[in-house]
Write a protein that binds this ligand. Structure first.
Ligand SMILES: NC(=O)C1=CN([C@@H]2O[C@H](COP(=O)(O)OP(=O)(O)OC[C@H]3O[C@@H](n4cnc5c(N)ncnc54)[C@H](OP(=O)(O)O)[C@@H]3O)[C@@H](O)[C@H]2O)C=CC1
Ligand SMILES: [Mg+2]
Length: 428
C-alpha cells in the first residue's frame, strides 16, 4: 500500500538504519569533502532539520504543491491520472510541503548524514571528470553542471525488475536513498534530470528544495509502480535547477505521443534564464518506452519530443540540453533522429571516446532472469553550436561494477549517472 507522506518524511533524516550488508570500509573523498566521514552523533542543526522535516510532514496533507508556471499543468495532469487510473486510491502523492516553510540545509551536513547511514556499506566508487576544455571557450562565468540519471524506481527495483544477482537488502529504501543523495551531493549539479522517481514528494522535493533547488515532477499516467504492492505512488521524470543560478522562464509537462496516440511516457521541458549571463537555456528530461520490440514506438516518441522542442526553442534559437533514458542503443532510429535533427544536437558522452564519434560501451548493466543486459541507453544531448562541453564524468569500469553488476551495495541504480559541465559559446 502507499505509505503516507507523514511516515516517510519523519524518517527522512533518520540516522539509525539497521546495519546490513558488507563490512565497513573507508569512503573516498568527494569534490567538496566534509571534515569528517565517520558516523557521529546527530548535530543540533540536523536534529533541528529532522524536526523541521517532521513539521513539514505534518503539513503534507493540507498544502498543495505549488511551483511556478508548471503548477496548473502538473495539477491538471495529475488530476487526470487520478480520475482515470489506479492512482485514484492514493491521492496523497498530490500534496507536498510548501518549499517556503523549509529550512535550508548545508549540503555537507546532509552528506555526513548520508554517510553515517551508509557506514556499513563498501566505499563509494571513485569516478573522475575528464577535461574536455579544448572544446570549451574561456568564459568568466562558471560552467553549468548537468546531471542525467535514471535512479531506479523503488517499487520497480523491488517488485518488477528481477535483478537476480542483487541482494534484496541492497535495495532497502532507507539506505538506497542515501546512496542516491550521496551521488547527487558528490557532483552538486546545477541542473538535475531524473527518471524513475517514485519518491519525489516525500524525499527528493523536500530535501533538494532545502539545498536551493526548484523542482518539477511529471508522473507517468499509468506508472507500472502502481501495480507493485507497497508502492509509493507513480514514477516519473523530475527536473531540478539551482535557484541561485537560474530563473524559470517557462515550463511544459509533455505527455509523449506516438503515431498520434497518447503514450505512457512523459517529458518535462523548461526554459531557464542564467542569472550570471542573462542567457536562456532550454532543458528537457525524458524516459522513453522500454523493451525490445518497441523500437518504432520509441522513434515516434522521439519525433514528438523533437517537435515539441522545436516549438519551445523557437526553432533552435534557444540553446537546448536534452537528458534522458532513451531505452535505445545508438543504432536505433530514435537516436538517429536526435543526431540528425535540425536542432543541431550532439551527444555529450561521445566526446569521451578517442575519435569523439562513439558512445560509451554501456550506461546500464544488470543481470535479469533473461541474462546479462549491458546497454548504452542514456544520453545528454546539447546544441552543438551554442554550447560546449568542458568536462564529463567518466563511467564506472567493469571492475568497479563487479561480477554481479548493478544495482549493488555500492551503487543504487542499474543506470549510471552522467554528468557534464557546459559553457555557452560566444554569441554570433
Ligand atoms: N492498469 C492498466 O490498465 C495499465 C497498466 N500499465 C502498466 O504499465 C506497464 C507498462 O508501462 P510502460 O510505461 O509502457 O513500461 P515500460 O515498458 O516503458 O517499462 C517500465 C519500466 O520497466 C523497466 N523494464 C525494462 N525492461 C524490463 C524488463 N525486461 N523487466 C522488468 N522491467 C523492465 C523499465 O526500466 P528501464 O527504463 O530502466 O529499462 C521501465 O522503467 C505495464 O506493465 C503495466 O504495469 C500500462 C497501461 C495500462
Ligand atoms: Mg528501470
Amino acid at each position: 500500500m502507499y505509505q503516507s507522506p507523514r511516515r516517510l518524511c519523519s524518517a527522512l533524516l533518520q540516522r539509525d538504519a539497521p546495519g546490513l550488508c558488507r563490512p565497513p570500509g573507508p569512503r573516498p573523498r568527494l569534490r567538496s569533502p566534509p571534515p569528517a566521514t565517520a558516523p557521529r552523533p546527530a548535530s543540533p542543526r540536523l536534529l533541528a532539520a529532522a524536526s523541521a522535516a517532521r513539521g513539514v510532514a505534518r503539513c503534507c496533507f493540507r498544502t498543495v504543491y505549488s511551483m511556478g508556471n508548471g503548477t496548473s499543468r502538473l495539477y491538471s495532469a495529475l488530476a487526470k491520472t487520478l480520475n482515470s487510473s489506479a492512482a485514484s486510491q492514493h491521492p496523497e502523492y498530490l500534496v507536498a510541503p510548501d518549499p517556503e516553510h523549509l529550512e535550508p540545509i548545508d549540503p555537507k551536513e546532509l552528506l555526513e548524514e548520508c554517510r553515517a547511514v551508509l557506514h556499513t556499506r563498501p566505499p563509494r566508487f571513485q569516478r573522475d571528470f575528464v577535461d574536455l576544455r579544448a572544446d570549451c571557450p574561456s568564459s568568466h562565468h562558471p560552467p553549468i553542471r548537468v546531471m542525467q540519471w535514471n535512479i531506479l524506481a523503488q517499487a520497480l527495483g523491488e517488485g518488477k525488475d528481477n535483478f537476480v544477482q542483487c541482494p534484496i537488502e541492497a535495495l532497502k529504501w532507507e539506505e538506497r536513498k542515501c546512496l542516491i543523495l550521496e551521488e547527487i551531493l558528490a557532483y552538486q549539479p546545477d541542473i538535475l534530470c531524473l527518471q524513475e522517481v517514485d519518491h519525489y514528494f516525500d524525499t527528493f522535493h523536500p530535501l533538494l528544495s532545502r539545498l536551493g533547488y526548484q523542482g518539477t515532477f511529471f508522473p507517468k499516467p499509468w506508472s507500472p509502480c502502481l501495480d507493485v504492492e507497497h508502492n509509493n505512488g507513480p514514477d516519473g521524470c523530475a527536473l531540478f535547477f539551482l535557484q541561485n543560478r537560474f530563473k524559470l522562464v517557462n515550463s511544459a509537462n509533455i505527455r509523449l505521443t506516438a503515431m498520434t496516440l497518447k503514450t505512457n511516457q512523459v517529458a518535462i521541458a523548461q526554459t531557464l534564464e542564467c542569472k550570471e549571463s542573462s542567457r536562456q537555456l532550454c532543458i528537457a528530461v525524458t524516459h522513453l518506452k522500454a523493451r525490445t520490440g518497441w523500437e518504432r514506438f520509441r522513434s515516434a516518441q522521439g519525433c514528438d519530443l523533437l517537435q515539441n522542442l522545436q516549438n519551445i526553442t523557437q526553432g533552435a534559437k534557444i540553446p537546448l540540453i536534452v537528458c534522458g533514458d532513451f531505452n535505445a542503443e545508438p543504432t536505433e532510429e530514435v537516436y538517429k533522429h536526435f543526431a540528425s535533427s535540425s536542432l543541431n544536437l550532439n551527444s555529450a558522452y561521445k566526446l569521451l571516446s578517442a575519435d569523439g564519434q562513439s558512445e560509451p560501451p554501456y550506461t546500464t548493466w544488470k543481470i535479469r532472469t533473461s541474462g546479462e543486459c549491458r546497454h548504452t541507453l542514456d544520453y545528454i544531448w546539447y546544441s552543438k553550436h551554442a554550447l560546449s562541453v568542458c568536462s564529463a564524468l567518466d563511467l564506472l569500469t567493469e571492475e568497479q561494477i563487479g561480477p554481479n553488476r548493478l544495482p549493488s551495495f555500492n551503487y543504487p541504480s542499474d543506470h549510471l549517472s552522467l554528468v557534464c559541465d557546459f559553457s555557452f559559446n560566444e554569441e554570433p
